[in-house]
Design a protein around this ligand. Sequence first.
Ligand SMILES: C[S@@+](CC[C@H](N)C(=O)[O-])C[C@H]1O[C@@H](n2cnc3c(N)ncnc32)[C@H](O)[C@@H]1O
Length: 252
Amino acid sequence: MDGYKTEFLTKEQSYTADFDFSNFRERKDVYSFLLQEGPLDWECLSRAYFQDRKLFSKYVGVSKTHAGYGDVVKWQYIDNLDSRHIFFSTFIFSHCKNVKEIVEIGGGYGNMVRLNHPVINFDKWTIVDLPFVSNLQKWYLSHEIKNVSKLRFVSAYDYSSIIDNKFDLCIGTNSISELAWDDFETYYNSIILNCKYFFYAGHTYNCGRELLSAKLKHISNDFSLVKNFDEGFIDSYDDNILYNNLYENTRL
Ligand SMILES: C[S@@+](CC[C@H](N)C(=O)[O-])C[C@H]1O[C@@H](n2cnc3c(N)ncnc32)[C@H](O)[C@@H]1O
C-alpha cells in the first residue's frame, strides 16, 4: 500500500539545491513522474468542449511561454498534458462556481494553476507538494504568471499551517491516487475533509487495485459523487483508464 512513494523519494535524491530549472522538461532523471509531453489529445479536448464550451474556449486561449523547454523537447502550445488539464479544469469549474479557496495536493510543475489563474476568479490557490517539486512550481509559475500573490506553496513535510483552513475545493489529479495509504489518510483527515468539493482523478492501472479501491471506498464515506467520467483511452498503454470523480462533502 505504498503507491509511488519510493519512486518520488528516489527522484528527490537526484535533486540538488543549485538545480537549473530552465530545461526541466528534459530532466527526466529528476522529474519524470510529472512530465507528459506528447501530441495534443483531441479526445480530451473534445470532451472538455462538451463539458462547457465557453470555459473550454478560455482555457485554449491561455498563454504559454517557452519556460522549461530546452533543445530536445520542442515547445508545443497545447501538448498531451495540457489537453488533459483542460479537460480536468472544464470538468471541475463547469460545476463549481464561486470557488475562492483552492488547495491542490501534488500539483506537478503547476500547470493546473497556469491554466486556471487567468480564467477562474479565486482568492488563494495553495499547492502542497514535496519541497523539490514546490521549488519547480515556484520557478515555473513565476515565469508564466506575472503576479503570484494569490499562490501559496506548502511543504508536504509540514503542512500544519493549513490544517484548520476551510477550502472550497481540493484538487488531486493523478497525485492523491498515487500516495501511500498513510500519507493519503493524513491528508484526508486534515485537509480533504475540510473541503466542500473534491476532484479526484487517477489511473486504474497503477499503484495496485487494492490501494486504489481502498481510497475510493474511504472517500465515499464522507463525499457524494457529483459527476464522474471514466475514460478508456486507446493510446500507448493497455488498460490506461482514467477515472475523474467530482465529489461534494456531505459533512459540511
Ligand atoms: C504524477 S504527478 C501528477 C502531477 C499533476 N497533478 C498532474 O496532473 O500532472 C504526482 C504529484 O504528486 C506529488 N507528490 C508525491 N508525493 C507527495 C506527497 N507526499 N505530498 C504531496 N504531493 C506529493 C508529486 O510531487 C507530483 O506533483
